[in-house]
Design a protein around this ligand. Structure first.
Ligand code: ZN
Length: 249
């Protein structure tokens, strides 16, 4: 963590915004109030939600690191839309039709993984940065084996998660306000999803890393879910995608 330590940074790690502008704005408001220095984003900026261009503009302006997710790559046409079933495909088609040139150019330059001194970043996993969900022991073991950094950050599953690599794997889901000491063990951390949480808590999910204190804290932020739902219904996105936001599933 040499460079991070030198900068003494507090980092907000966000993932899976999925074009949910109200959720993103609420999180940005909270991290600004909390004095966060830098924002890292783990991919899936678009897909599912109603405000892809606005979310892309905000992250272009704010994120120091920004990854591409599977939804971003499908919307760009880099992965065939046939990779998605039903509602995800319908939302991707809608997004393709409304995506503006600036957002397209921004997304087009992104990669599904990155590394900085002290941390490896992946949308899915180190083994498959685009598609693999790290939700099993096997996937978590592979993620540690294929990386060397003390912190491995993944998104994609929309489930906030913390796993440590000591004598054996420990950890699991990371509910609101879970705090971790980053001192000794390697950590695999998933901040959960800003724009479409799937762990039963509908609030926007994100992770704060305090590099001076060597601590990580899982955060949840309230946002007006009903406003995003209304925007989705207005543009004709699939009803099931709007309905699930109220339940965080
Ligand atoms: Zn996603």
């Amino acid at each position: 963590m040499r460079i991070l330590r030198k900068l003494g940074m507090r980092i907000a790690v966000l993932s899976d915004v999925h074009a949910n502008l109200h959720a993103l704005e609420a999180v940005l408001c909270e991290l600004d109030a909390g004095g966060v220095d830098q924002l890292w984003f783990l991919g899936d900026l678009v897909g599912y939600g109603p405000k892809p261009n606005e979310c892309a503009a905000l992250l272009q302006e704010r994120a120091a690191i920004c990854l591409a997710g599977n939804h971003d790559l499908v919307v760009l046409g880099k992965i065939p839309i046939a990779a998605f079933a039903g509602e995800a495909a319908a939302a991707a088609r809608w997004t393709q039709a409304v995506l503006d040139e600036r957002a397209r150019a921004f997304l087009d330059a992104l990669q599904p993984s990155a590394s900085v001194p002290g941390a490896g970043l992946f949308h899915g996993s180190p083994r498959d940065p685009v598609w693999e969900y790290v939700l099993t022991d096997d996937a978590a073991e592979a993620a540690f084996a294929l990386t060397e950094e003390p912190i491995v950050l993944v998104g994609h599953s929309h489930v906030a998660l913390e796993i440590s690599d000591g004598d054996d794997l420990r950890g699991g889901q990371a509910p609101a306000a879970t705090e971790l000491d980053l001192g000794r063990l390697r950590r695999l951390l998933n901040p959960g999803s800003v724009g479409q949480p799937r762990d039963g808590d509908p609030r926007a999910s994100w992770l704060e890393i305090d590099n001076d204190a060597r601590r990580a804290t899982f955060r949840r932020t309230d946002y007006p879910v009903e406003l995003t739902q209304a925007e989705m219904r207005e543009v004709g996105l699939p009803e099931a995608l709007a309905a699930r936001l109220a339940f965080g599933i």
